[in-house]
Design a protein around this ligand. Structure first.
Ligand code: C5P
Length: 221
């Protein structure tokens, strides 16, 4: 397999990271969860008690934020400076605030620079919202994963239950719709299907079926 760049974008909880991680393992590629990076910046700002609507104050946090990943199962381990924040970045609070922070130009520029550096030599599966449109516009394979809001909320509900997180299905549906709206309507690099991306509706499909479909798409490239 040539060390190509594979971009997987789509709305919240569409299964991007699950699919991207399996693909990366099977292809022996590097997996980059760009959503985790925006979550780490959000957590760092929240810990400093910054009003997240204050763009200047949020951007001032960036020099103190060093993000790194380590392999882990079932999820990649994520670090803010030397501290593991894998679980904390998935909290209801961080999830509710991340779209505010990710809309800021300087935050996006800093994350995009890091992401392009990691992907420079190829052999990478990167998932997010703007990978096919902005971060890696020349990626050899671009997938846009979608699924109904209800199905995405049910998947997240089951995950949260397994983690012991107390959330209702209604709250999850509302949170997903709100985050999708904010991510799709921001000025810079909004969530959008790249014109050359292949859309895959995963509603009703198993993880294996989605992975097989993506592998089929890769094979035809
Ligand atoms: O993928 P995940 O749901 O963890 O992403 C969290 C948030 O990070 C998104 O809702 C979005 O606001 C932001 N994000 C982004 N661009 C990306 C990846 C994530 O703006 N490439």
């Amino acid at each position: 397999m040539n060390p190509i760049q594979i971009a997987i974008d789509g709305p919240a909880s569409a299964g991007k990271s699950t699919i991207a991680k399996i693909l990366a393992t099977d292809l022996n590629f590097v997996y980059v969860d760009t959503g985790a990076m925006y979550r780490v910046v959000t957590l760092a700002a929240m810990r400093k008690n910054i009003v997240l609507q204050d763009e200047t104050a949020v951007v001032a946090v960036l020099p103190d934020v060093n993000i790194s990943f380590k392999p882990g199962n079932p999820v990649q381990r994520v670090f803010l400076n030397d501290e593991e924040v894998t679980t904390e970045i998935r909290s209801v609070d961080v999830t509710a605030n991340v779209s505010v922070v990710s809309a800021y130009a300087a935050v996006r520029q800093a994350m995009t620079d890091i992401q392009r550096n990691i992907a420079a030599d190829g052999g990478v599966v990167m998932d997010g919202r703007d990978i096919g449109t902005t971060v890696l516009p020349n990626a050899a394979v671009k997938i846009f994963l979608i699924a109904s809001v209800h199905e995405r909320a049910v998947r997240r509900f089951k995950e949260n239950q397994a983690k012991g997180m107390d959330t209702t299905l209604e709250d999850l549906e509302a949170a997903i719709e709100k985050r999708d709206y904010l991510d799709s309507h921001r000025d810079i690099s909004p969530l959008k299907k790249a014109t050359d991306a292949i859309e895959l509706d995963t509603t009703g499909l198993s993880i294996t079926e989605v992975v097989d479909s993506v592998k089929h798409i890769i094979a035809t490239k």
